[in-house]
Design a protein around this ligand. Sequence first.
Ligand SMILES: [Zn+2]
Length: 408
Amino acid sequence: MKCRHCSSELKHTFVDLGISPPSNSYVSKDALKEAEKCYPLKVMVCDHCWLVQTEDFVQVDAMFASDYAYFSSYSTSWLDHAKNYVEKVSSKFYLNSNSIVVEIAANDGYLLQYIKDKNIPCYGIEPTHGTAQVAREKGIEIVEEFFGVNIARSLAKQGRQADLMIANNVLAHVPDINDFVKGFSILLKSNGIATFEFPHLLNLMNNNQFDTIYHEHYSYLSFTAVCNIFDFNGLAVFDVEQIPTHGGSLRVYAQLSDSGSYKVNTNVLDLKKKENLAGINRINTYQGFQKQAEDIKNNFLSFLNKTKNDGHSVVGYGAAAKGSTFLNFSGVRADLLPYVVDKSIAKQDKFMPGSRVPIMSEAQLKKDKPDYIVIFPWNIQDEIIQQLTYIREWGGKFVIFIPSMRVI
Ligand SMILES: [Zn+2]
């Protein structure tokens, strides 16, 4: 296979997590008798441009099935993040009723609702019908498409160029990263800016976040790799911030290479230096990650076996992609973890992909009063612990495995 950005031959494995179905393909009761489509989950690193990327293409259509169940608005901390972001950029870049804001992967309108509240014209681009409909119910216009050069050209032709384009947690999820980034250089006004948020590869490596790897997540991005990809596609990075979302993300500010007027902030050079010092440009930095992932899997299995032998009960919390990857890589089934609790009604009474661990509502948790709850989405652990604080009444404890095992 060739690198998705620079087309060099990919020779080095970063981590091999075995095989699993797409992480959001929850199994309904009726489908339990059917086989699931599994794909290898192997991540490679390009030793030319340092883009870390999944090895195999899964058909995009197969992954974004119509019952795709992720609605951003279910997470209150994510809503707060979106609101704070809107406050910041709308004043920093003087957005007003004459501006146009476009969000790529607008999901259920979790962010654009705050832009709309400020009477700033906006629209979203979102390929998933279910979430797009929810955004429309909030009065937000949605163009129901995958973003790339074609749709950017068509919107630009209609005079719908943007002063600000927002891409939160989508850059890593696009198979053709060059086509996606190039779309921004087409749809931005000459003095427009684009911001991108994505989990930072350095944090993934330093904090054992192997469970953020799944098929729908094609790229694992260092700042160095992103700057290369942007340069190649007509965008210039002029600022970067390190933010805490998803276990440590970057927010990158970019403008058009040929007409942007923002001065390059010293943060840009500083972060490039930091990555260089961390060895992002050396292949041996990427080796050894496999063992980190396996150590965590072994801790998880030891914990589940010991809990079972001691006669204690344990359930999971958070039926999202992280839990899918973690359960499948660990080979855990319902005999060791009887169910996973999730707030999202769309997921309840379904089964985790691959592992087929049942997904239950919080009512089941209150009824069973388990001794331990394993929190899979460690990035929102504070929110979950606060929400489930009542488990203390029966002496329940929380367990988190990443970056290392902790019982709380
Ligand atoms: Zn490459």
